[in-house]
Design a protein around this ligand. Structure first.
Ligand code: AMP
Length: 139
């Protein structure tokens, strides 16, 4: 299926929609999920017109994976989580709701479950403090 350049992450990449950005380079962008399933829930996206992992340029995918690794470490440190999860959904049948490839980074703690997927909008002031904690770890 053709890439839909009107999706919200494409708009964020073009600077047409706001985002709580924590990291950006030539190949990828990382920002806070506005409906986090847990504090620190961060998204990493490639700078490529790709809906799923099957569509992305492999070199950009490799660079984006490096960003997932770098930002994952920063999220884990910023939220003092003993573990973190990386999740990536391909297609609506898999639960994908935004049609631009993205990786979820979510801190994990023993016995602490996630909130529902993409349901509750976060307080933006709180989200900015979370973004700043991650930026501090990356700096
Ligand atoms: P998925 O279901 O894997 O496609 O996940 C899409 C994610 O994007 C969900 O976790 C949403 O909460 C998140 N999301 C949707 N719109 C925005 C936005 N404008 N900025 C940041 N995150 C968003």
């Amino acid at each position: 299926m053709a890439y839909d350049s009107n999706n919200i992450f494409a708009k964020i990449l073009r600077g047409e929609a706001p985002a709580f950005k924590v990291f950006e380079d030539e190949f990828s962008l990382a920002f806070m999920d506005v409906m986090p399933q847990i504090d620190g829930h961060t998204l990493v996206i490639p700078k490529d017109d790709a809906e799923t992992i099957l569509d992305v340029d492999p070199q950009i995918l490799g660079k984006t994976a490096q960003t997932v690794q770098t930002v994952g470490a920063a999220v884990q440190a910023a939220f003092a989580s003993p573990g973190f999860m990386v999740a990536q959904l391909n297609g609506s049948a898999a639960g994908q709701t935004v049609s631009h490839l993205h990786f979820h980074i979510m801190p994990r703690y023993e016995g602490l479950e996630f909130k529902m997927h993409a349901r509750e909008m976060a307080d933006f002031a709180l989200l900015e403090t979370h973004a700043q904690r991650i930026r501090t770890e990356l700096s």
